[in-house]
Design a protein around this ligand. Sequence first.
Ligand code: ZN
Length: 151
Amino acid sequence: MTELHVHREEIWLDAACAHGLAEHLFLHLPHEACGVLRGNAAAGGMRIETFFPIRNVAPDPLHRFTLNPQEWVQECLNPSGLLGIFHTHPHSAPVPSAEDLRQLPLFGDLLRIYLISSPDESGSSIVTHAYFIDRSPAGEFALRPARLCMT
Ligand SMILES: [Zn+2]
């Protein structure tokens, strides 16, 4: 594993919140599901504490997600503690798709964390990958893999 030599910054995820993400994924199968993550970005790294589901209004929810605009705006009205976005990949690995990367400018200025979950091989639990949303000096957004730790 080359990962041994890579230092990845950590994102902490509250166990109850992780459970909520799994529930949300399985509740909405076979469709993609989404929502926002709130928590704390104080000293010692970022800590995800709460998940707020947002309805996926994509015309093709099997393969993509679109945050319900009303609910998204509602979340943005309370920016304190707004940390990240979550969505699911029911049929593929939890890695960003080309479409996911195209959508980044829609919320990249407001959010710092990007989480994607997929069902694991057993089909009863989830695999979650975490990324930091980075913005280049030129204003372009990118996702940088992070290490996700449970608390
Ligand atoms: Zn995706």
